[in-house]
Design a protein around this ligand. Structure first.
Ligand SMILES: *Cc1c(COP(=O)(O)O)cnc(C)c1O
Length: 437
């Protein structure tokens, strides 16, 4: 499979090159040259396939022959070592829990897949690749865990000092081996700016291969298609057990950089019968405003209690536009988007807890609110919201009534006792010195 840059000013590249480069030289995002629907019979019988088989069916064409079938299947099996349960909340509303991986955030699947692809390609490449990534919290932990011990890859993570939770900091500073953490005296935007500068600095890139590990990288973005198929499979199973037909299917996706929801739209293109997407978000509402007014106005991000969605200029939105032929009306018929305040988010968490005995994190709670905004009586629709992180990662912003009921999972307990190792940096020069050492 060939990939082209959405800025249309760079040569086409293979899957391998797109994964290693991350971003095209013209700063555009890579996009597959073709998207071919999978067999109808596969989707109609999806409940008879394993998660590994479904994942392989979805991703195979995007990898092409660059990773042989046997190796790709082994990678998938190694990535999908945990469950993705679909939990009924109330009539026709389900939570798809994506937090059962090692760092308890949905980014685990993409990070693990990307790490294993890089490692596969690096077998024949004598040069090391350095993954350089800035994090506001969850990305760092998922990338650190996903890439731990992967041969030929070094990982350098920049995080803003004092601005990530204790759990998140421990997840990215305690692993050792090929993972190094840089504690930046500043905010997330400072970390991000330093990383961007390094990618453009030829005195660094002439000496080493840098790549990014956020959802602009196709190997982190595309595996997120799996979630939507796993949800559909479980719905079909549950519905056929109860003798009820599968109704129209709508996903509500808590969205920040819009990578996850965009992967859902890819799954829809491949033939998954999805009626509509809801992009649910916080006060960072560039997309809801765009759908309302037709004006796309990126803004500096504002801080909220659902901080993984504090993004003022979502990088994957250009891919979403491309998937709808850059046609605004077409986009509006497939995507609705709503923004919610912190107060509404807190109320939603309490409501889910009080009425349904369900503990959602702030991001999942916003996904639920998006459904409530859209749902009308008897619309013959079933809704799934994606629960993108385990609530234990957001204890400080949750009501004590709820948090007193949360048991700390093993994955989290085990990192809390470990010793933090991080190098403090203040300036870009210090980052450069660190990389070139
Ligand atoms: C990253 C993240 C999101 C946003 O996902 P995007 O793909 O960037 O839209 C939502 N919730 C949590 C918990 C996250 O970590």
């Amino acid at each position: 499979m060939q990939y082209y840059s959405l800025n249309n000013n760079s040569p086409k590249v293979s899957f391998q090159d797109a994964v290693i480069k991350g971003l095209a030289p013209d700063k555009g995002l890579y996009f597959p040259e073709s998207i071919t629907p999978i067999k109808k019979s596969f989707i109609e019988n999806i409940e008879s396939y394993s998660n590994n088989e479904i994942a392989h069916e979805l991703i195979q064409q995007f990898v092409g022959n660059e990773i042989p079938e046997k190796d790709l299947k082994a990678i998938i099996e190694d990535v999908l070592q945990f469950d993705f349960p679909l939990v009924p909340i109330e009539n026709d509303i389900y939570s798809l829990e994506l937090f059962h991986g090692p760092t308890m955030a949905f980014k685990d699947v993409g990070a693990r897949f990307m790490a294993r692809c890089l490692s596969y390609f690096n077998k024949e490449n004598p040069n090391q690749v350095t993954v350089l990534v800035a994090t506001s919290g969850d990305t760092g932990g998922a990338v650190a865990s996903g890439f731990l011990g992967v041969k030929g890859v070094n990982v350098v993570i920049l995080y803003p000092s004092g601005k990530v939770s204790d759990v998140q900091e421990k997840q990215l500073t305690t692993l050792g081996q090929n993972i190094e953490a840089l504690e930046v005296d500043g905010v997330f935007d400072d970390c991000q700016a330093m990383v961007k500068k390094a990618f453009l600095d030829t005195s660094i890139t002439d000496k080493m291969q840098l790549t990014s590990a956020n959802s602009i990288n196709i190997a982190r973005w595309l595996p997120q298609m799996f979630y939507f198929a796993f949800a559909y499979k479980q719905l079909k199973k549950q519905r056929s057990l109860s003798g009820v037909e599968v109704k129209k299917l709508v996903f509500s996706v808590p969205s920040g950089n819009y990578g996850n929801i965009c992967a859902g739209m890819m799954a829809q293109k491949l033939g998954l019968p999805i009626e509509l997407f809801i992009a649910s978000t916080n006060a960072n509402k560039v997309v809801p405003s765009y759908l309302e007014t037709g004006n796309y106005n990126p803004k500096p991000s504002v801080a909220t209690i659902s901080n993984a969605m504090d993004v003022g200029n979502p990088s994957n939105f250009v891919r979403i536009e491309k998937l709808h032929d850059n046609d605004f009306e077409k986009l509006k018929s497939n995507l609705q988007s709503y923004s919610f305040t912190d107060e509404e988010t807190r109320e939603s968490m309490l409501q889910l807890f009080n009425e349904y005995n369900y503990i959602a994190d702030p991001h999942g709670a916003i996904g639920y609110l998006g459904i409530k905004e859209h749902q009308t009586k008897n619309d013959n629709t079933q809704y799934v919201f994606l629960e993108t992180a385990h609530p234990v990662k957001f204890l400080p912003v949750m009501d004590e009534k709820i948090t007193s009921k949360i048991e700390i999972p093993e994955q989290i307990k085990s990192v809390l006792d470990k010793k933090k190792v991080a190098t403090s940096i203040n300036t870009y020069e210090e980052l450069k010195f660190f990389l070139m050492k």
